[in-house]
Ligand binder design. Structure first.
Ligand code: GUN
Length: 293
């Protein structure tokens, strides 16, 4: 069994991007600039946004963090989005989700200029991705592709099973793995809460991507020997012995599944760091005008 070390890999990618940013600056160009909008006090969102801003610093990007109280109105938030759309000094930006209940996330996502949508959440980017056109790929699926590529894991012709059909992970990764591209060309089953006899699917799979948000859902009896496991779950579970009172666990029962797997991502330190790195990559692509010209 080999661990897919997202922490190490993202460090390498961050170093590569830092080198490129240095060269950009040396040639007289300004640094890429990412803005992040964080609304409210959701603890996980605060950690994620902090990591994003830190990664910007590591690669030499400029970053702007806009923090707003959870009682901000939808109208005020939309105004911020419009200002960021117009601001030529900003290459790309994200609005961290989830948003407070009184704000319509779909409306906010639709308001983001697709040219600056480095999260790849806007339907224009999603549609372009689905058709194989240049697009910002959503960060987690993009991170998974990079991981498969850099660890030289063959995907072509393989049986892949994706558990979970979210707009951010499950649905896009199922499209990307089946696209006529590299990595891609897999036969993909997208499984979800209404799937009948889930185990018959997972037992056939060469590669399983689990993105359900259910701690330790995938167990050893559900997988075959040699399977590649990509665990996207980051769940906080109570643990009185842990310093913070909780520990992080994935959607996979790691110890027992790892014994059968050829490759597996740990949680934390697997897909998570790759997601942040992908956002940085997308921002670099935005600054270089690689996607929309
Ligand atoms: N919330 C959880 N993941 C993400 C992400 O990748 N981007 C944004 N904007 N919000 C999130």
């Amino acid at each position: 069994m080999k661990i897919l070390d997202g922490k190490l890999l993202s460090k390498q990618i961050i170093e590569e991007i830092a080198q490129e940013v240095q060269e950009m600056k040396a040639s007289g160009q300004r640094a890429p600039h990412l803005a992040a909008v964080l609304v409210g006090e959701d603890p996980a969102s605060q950690v994620y946004v902090r990591n994003k801003v830190r990664s910007c610093e590591k690669v030499g990007f400029d970053s702007t963090l806009i923090r707003k109280d959870s009682n901000i109105t939808e109208e005020e938030l939309l105004k911020i989005v419009h200002e960021l759309n117009e601001n030529e000094a900003i290459d790309g930006f994200i609005v961290q989700l989830p948003l407070p209940k009184h704000i319509d996330e779909e409306k906010v996502t639709l308001a983001i200029d697709p040219h600056k949508d480095v999260d790849g959440f806007h339907p224009v980017n999603f549609g372009r991705m689905a058709q194989g056109l240049p697009a910002y790929l959503p960060a987690t699926p993009f991170g998974i592709l990079q991981m498969l590529e850099r660890y030289d894991i063959e995907v072509t012709g393989k049986e892949c099973v994706v558990l979970g059909r979210s707009n951010i992970v499950g649905t896009p990764i199922s499209i990307l793995l089946s696209r006529k591209a590299r990595p891609g060309n897999a036969t993909v089953a997208l499984c979800h809460s209404r799937t009948k006899d889930l185990k018959s699917h997972t037992l056939r799979a060469d590669i399983i991507v689990v993105a359900l948000g259910i701690p330790e859902f995938l167990t050893a009896d559900m997988v075959k020997e040699g399977v590649v496991i990509i665990d996207v779950g980051i769940n906080r579970v109570d643990d009185p012995n842990a310093k913070r009172g909780y520990r992080l666990t994935g959607d996979v029962k790691y110890d027992e599944v790892a014994e059968k797997a050829s490759f597996i991502t740990p949680v934390p330190g697997g897909v998570g760091p790759m997601t942040v790195t992908s956002l940085i990559k997308n921002t670099l692509r935005a600054a270089k005008k690689e996607v929309y010209g």
